[in-house]
Ligand binder design. Structure first.
Ligand code: HEC
Ligand code: HEC
Length: 284
């Protein structure tokens, strides 16, 4: 009975079932005529038998939205990374330090960092997202207040750090000590939630390429996060996006920064292993 509700919902919303027009397009993304972004890649081994190719959300957006990523002067997200660069150099907290006091030039010290997050942190004994690591540094190393998990300054700092990995392949580890968290994230991905009884997989694995309401469903990849959305004209964090998607199933959602969303982030990131870091991306 409940399952039927979910199916009926999907059937009523998918207005263009499997039309060539709705599939991922064949455009290529080269940023500033310089940085080649891998937006389609062979699926990582753990997705064998599930999907053969992983595809950036960029392919599912309109030409106009896609164009905003081609040139950093057009990309509205870069305003926020400029702001974060000022923050990077600003002294805050009781220790009289800035990020730069310890990490010097962000372009050098943060190269490649985003590509491997979330990752296992030996000291903390848990999988950490980039946001958690940023707050660790603020609290433990600067004596500064942590940022609210999915706040504007956090999103901006995360975008600045992510920018230093742009074009590098996403390569999060899912084995060793991270394996348990990864399994937990995978379970969440396939769990149906809410009145609509829909899982992430129902939309982003089984129906990518199809239209849902007026929206073109992608694989729900996070290689472009934090992402500037035209809809709310700001940078959106991964957990902010997860919250929105869970709410769309009319379910109670987890909090940004919750262990559940950290696990889900690790799992979803690993579904994009092989794509380039594209952050900060632009979406509708
Ligand atoms: C007092 C020195 C100090 C300051 C100030 C500091 N950090 Fe760190 N940071 C470290 C050390 C040491 C590590 C590595 C060990 C660890 O995980 O704590 C680190 C690690 C990191 C990492 C992870 C790098 C990786 O390769 O995984 C990021 C990201 C980071 N810091 C961001 C920041 C940001 C952003 C700020 C400013 C808001 C900042 N840090 C301020 C000392 C500092
Ligand atoms: C009812 C269908 C539906 C469900 C269920 C759903 N989403 Fe989404 N999601 C969407 C739509 C529609 C969009 C916007 C278009 C797109 O990028 O796919 C979206 C966008 C996203 C994006 C942004 C992709 C990008 O390139 O910017 C991510 C990430 C995402 N979803 C993750 C999830 C996760 C994780 C879950 C499970 C907790 C989930 N979604 C559940 C419909 C859904």
């Amino acid at each position: 009975m409940k399952r039927k509700t979910g199916r009926a919902f999907m059937a009523s919303l998918i207005v263009l079932p499997v039309m060539a027009l709705a599939e991922a397009d064949d455009d290529t993304l080269i940023i500033n005529e310089e940085i080649e972004i891998v937006t389609k890649a062979e699926a990582p081994a753990h997705l064998e038998g599930v999907v053969s190719e992983v595809i950036s959300g960029w392919h599912f957006r309109s030409d106009e939205t896609q164009a905003l990523e081609l040139d950093d002067f057009e990309n509205p997200a870069l305003v926020y990374t400029d702001q974060a660069l000022d923050t990077w150099n600003a002294v805050e907290g009781s220790e009289g330090k800035s990020c730069a006091s310890c990490h010097d030039d962000v372009e050098t010290s943060m190269q490649g960092v985003r590509a491997v997050y979330p990752k296992w942190d030996e000291k903390a004994g848990e999988v950490q997202t980039l946001s958690m690591q940023i707050n660790d540094c603020r609290e433990a190393n600067m004596g500064a207040e942590p940022y609210k998990y999915d706040s504007a300054p956090m999103a901006a700092m995360e975008a600045l750090i992510s920018l230093q990995s742009r074009g590098m392949p996403v390569d999060v580890a899912i084995d060793g000590p991270a394996a348990e968290t990864w399994e937990q994230g995978k379970e969440l991905y396939y769990t149906r939630t809410g009145q609509l009884e829909l899982s992430c997989a129902n939309c982003h694995e089984q129906n990518y390429g199809n239209m849902i309401r007026a929206d073109h469903l992608s694989q729900g990849q996070i290689n472009g996060f934090p992402t500037y959305r035209l809809k709310n004209a700001k940078l959106n964090t991964v957990h902010g996006r997860f919250k929105g998607c869970v709410r769309d199933t009319r379910a109670e959602t987890y909090a940004a920064g919750s262990p559940e969303f950290v696990a889900l982030e690790l799992y979803v990131a690993s579904r994009g292993n092989g794509l380039s870091v594209e952050a900060p991306a632009v979406r509708n």
